[in-house]
Design a protein around this ligand. Structure first.
Ligand SMILES: CC(C)(COP(=O)(O)OP(=O)(O)OC[C@H]1O[C@@H](n2cnc3c(N)ncnc32)[C@H](O[C@H]2O[C@H](COP(=O)(O)OP(=O)(O)OP(=O)(O)O)[C@@H](O)[C@H]2O)[C@@H]1O)[C@@H](O)C(=O)NCCC(=O)NCCS
Ligand SMILES: Nc1ncnc2[nH]cnc12
Length: 273
């Protein structure tokens, strides 16, 4: 098994064991997710191995110049991986976002290594035109949460983030993680909350019923980092309190969790974790 696939699987597992994550599943608490626990995530992660190997193979072997074609190959594999994930979890959505984002990173990084390119530039080429391609008018009942948010609020969600080449990871989360100190758990918690200071998390938007609470979320994350983050008692007390608030409101940071997964993947590739 290749190192890239190992790093991708490690990234999935590092994220789920990081704790305490507000509203998210970790080994101590299921957060706002009543239908899954850490074991569901372990099962789901392991079922992604063949798909991640396929993503690597697609990136390594692609020889054309139009990288949107490479993305289309990956997407076909992703649709099957989603079905396999739902079978393994009895229909629970653990890793739909990660199948999309981590698959893109594994494929792009494999292509980038083979062709001596920046993986973020590769992603921008792979995902060019993705929003225009995906956001087609449909009857309301057929829209996914992400599609419905696009038509209601003009928010492009994970597709917009992908089309922009995950700039938030290239310019914010990865540089931030490089500079963090402390245990791996502390570094990953602080990086998750750094992502939560800016992310338009479509899982949070869906569960909070609109855009109105997003600025509250961003302020919570800024406050956590301002009072010292995970390396201080004040920061940890605050995070534990916020976990209770998230649970009361059924809030989740599923999108930020997915962005943390791909940040961890890149950090493992850079050997900084
Ligand atoms: C592009 C796809 C990801 C599909 O998108 P889709 O429109 O189906 O869904 P979205 O709502 O847009 O989001 C999908 C998941 O992406 C994660 N996410 C959200 N925001 C961000 C963000 N800012 N950055 C990165 N990633 C983001 C998020 O995944 C996480 O949350 C999930 C758990 O949520 P939860 O509310 O608990 O579970 P649900 O089942 O949704 O609801 P409940 O019933 O429990 O209430 C978990 O998976 C996390 O990983 C979003 O969920 C991709 O799937 C795709 O391309 N699909 C289409 C393939 C296809 O068929 N193509 C053909 C037509 S083009
Ligand atoms: N730890 C986690 N809890 C809930 N949803 C997630 N999506 C990705 N990681 C997650």
């Amino acid at each position: 098994m290749s190192e890239i696939v190992d790093h991708a699987l490690e990234a999935l597992l590092y994220e789920v064991v990081t704790q305490p994550k507000p509203g998210l599943v970790d080994p101590v608490d299921n957060g706002s997710h009543h239908d899954m626990d850490v074991f569901t995530f372990i099962n789901s992660s392991v079922t992604m191995r063949p798909y991640l190997a396929q993503a690597e193979e697609i990136g390594t072997n692609f020889t054309g110049t139009d990288l949107t074609k490479m993305f289309l190959q990956l997407r076909e594999a992703g649709k099957i991986a989603e079905k396999v994930m739902f079978q393994a979890t009895n229909g629970v959505n653990t890793h739909k976002g990660a199948i999309f984002s981590l698959g893109i990173f594994v494929c792009a990084q494999s292509y980038a290594k083979q062709n001596d390119q920046n993986p973020f530039d590769v992603i921008r080429q792979m995902c060019a035109g993705l929003m225009e391609h995906d956001f087609k008018k449909k009857p309301d009942e057929k829209l996914t949460a992400g599609e419905s948010q696009f038509w209601k609020y003009g928010e492009g969600g994970v597709r917009e983030i992908a089309e922009n080449g995950y700039i938030v990871i290239e310019k914010l989360a990865l540089p931030y993680l490089r500079k963090t100190t402390g245990t791996i758990n502390q570094r990953l918690l602080d990086t998750l909350m750094m992502l939560a200071t800016v992310t338009q998390d479509s899982t949070f938007i869906k569960r909070s019923g609109g855009m109105q609470d997003l600025s509250w979320l961003h302020q919570v994350a800024v406050h956590f980092l301002k009072i010292g983050g995970s390396k201080t008692d004040a920061g940890m007390d605050f995070l534990n309190q916020e976990n209770q608030v998230f649970k009361r409101h059924n809030y989740s940071l599923g999108g930020c969790a997915d962005l943390l997964i791909v940040t961890i993947f890149m950090a493992l590739e850079e050997n900084i974790l």
